[in-house]
Design a protein around this ligand. Structure first.
Ligand SMILES: *Cc1c(COP(=O)(O)O)cnc(C)c1O
Length: 370
């Protein structure tokens, strides 16, 4: 509960019940900000120049982001109408939930997963159906399929799962989709796809190949691997008519010319960018490996972050990181997500984590071999 003053106008009860949005802490000059899964690298120099040269600020952008759609369509081997651009993939998620789900409809997703999912369902007026993760912090796709009812309109599947880290395999996803009615939308949220190194992982490109799954859409973003979180640009790949439904609910002209230009330039510099991604993935593997060696039970980590199961001690553990100048993302009573940041942050994280784990009680959910 908050002790915020009453809202002076009438708002929907479910909206009034939402905690007001407060952004995570901004890092001080000395601190490492490891709380938002941001890319620690600056954009490539070519990208900055292209953004600076982009269209005059007194003009609206191209509402359809045509050049970026053409470029992505080529890359994924689909028609231009099979790509939809949004101001971040979160805004596309919101569009799909709004397009499919209203009062009385159900949106299924795993929990714990991305913090935006519950909010998206509530704002659309729909009912959120949360299916607990397995003991090893993975999606329980059988339980999610079991949760489908006549009222289910959308199912969000996040891989690698934010904030816990494990992927869903291609075989698991294929078996799951078989169980979903063909008129229920499946949103495959692949915000961290570029960081995945597990060869068994589901790959949205394969899911869409041949168009045999028109009820599946794949979401990707330039915010994480491509390091453009500040410019807000993401995309969906899917059946053109399904994407049309999202386009109909979009706030027009949200994707700026600068965002489009930066995304285009980043795709052109992809080899260099992916080299950085490889570096982050290696850093992640080292971080996860050493945390396990120190006694932490770390689930599979395939994004640009690791998950420390903190249980009831979560906020105390986060305070220890905070005191050391490491801004991490705690989820009270559950665990802590730590982004893979600058090289210099890694040893610092390891040092604090190693000292904290020793204080955890025997049998604690965070202790032991993963
Ligand atoms: C970061 C993230 C997104 C996308 O963020 P945008 O910046 O809006 O593109 C989507 N899904 C998950 C699970 C994320 O972690």
């Amino acid at each position: 509960m908050t002790d915020a003053p009453e809202i002076p106008v009438r708002v929907r009860a479910e909206v009034a019940a939402l905690p007001p949005y407060r952004q995570g802490k901004q890092a001080g000059a000395e601190a490492f900000k490891l709380s938002s899964n941001e890319n620690p690298f600056d954009p490539l120099p070519g990208v900055l120049e292209r953004v600076q040269a982009a269209t005059a600020l007194n003009r609206y952008p191209d509402a359809a982001a045509t050049r970026l759609r053409e470029r992505l369509a080529e890359r994924f081997g689909v028609g231009v109408d099979g790509i939809h651009i949004g101001a971040g993939s979160v805004s596309i998620l919101a569009q799909f939930v709004q397009a499919t789900s209203g009062a009385g409809d159900e949106v299924i997703y795993a929990w714990r997963s991305f913090e935006a999912y519950p909010w998206l369902a509530v704002v659309a007026g729909a009912t959120a159906v949360q299916v607990p993760l397995t003991a090893d912090s993975r999606h329980d796709l059988d339980a999610m399929a079991d949760a489908i009812t006549e009222r289910t309109r959308a199912i969000i599947v996040c891989t690698p799962n934010n904030p816990t880290g494990p992927i869903i395999t291609q075989a698991e996803f294929d078996a799951f989709v078989q169980r979903v009615p063909s008129d229920v939308l499946v949103i495959l949220d692949e915000a961290y796809a570029e960081f995945v190194t597990d060869p068994d992982s589901v790959d949205g490109r394969l899911v869409l190949g041949g168009g045999s799954r028109p009820n599946v859409v794949v979401l990707r973003t330039f915010s994480k691997a491509f390091g453009l979180a500040g410019l807000r640009v993401g995309y969906a790949i899917g059946h053109p008519r399904v994407l049309d439904a999202a386009r109909s609910t979009a706030i027009p002209l949200s994707v700026t010319a600068h965002a489009e230009e930066a995304a285009l330039a980043s795709l052109e510099a992809e080899d260099e960018l992916l080299e950085r991604v490889r570096e982050i993935a290696e850093r992640r593997d080292r971080l996860a490996g050493e945390l396990r060696a120190a006694g932490w039970r770390i689930p599979q980590a395939q994004g640009n972050f690791v998950w420390l199961p903190g249980g009831a001690e979560t906020l105390d553990i986060a305070a220890a990181f905070d005191a050391a100048g490491l801004i991490v993302r705690p989820f009270a009573g559950d665990g802590i997500r730590i982004s893979v940041g600058e090289e210099a942050s890694v040893d610092k994280v390891l040092r604090i984590a190693a000292s904290v784990v020793k204080d955890l009680p025997e049998g604690h959910s965070g202790r032991g071999l993963a």
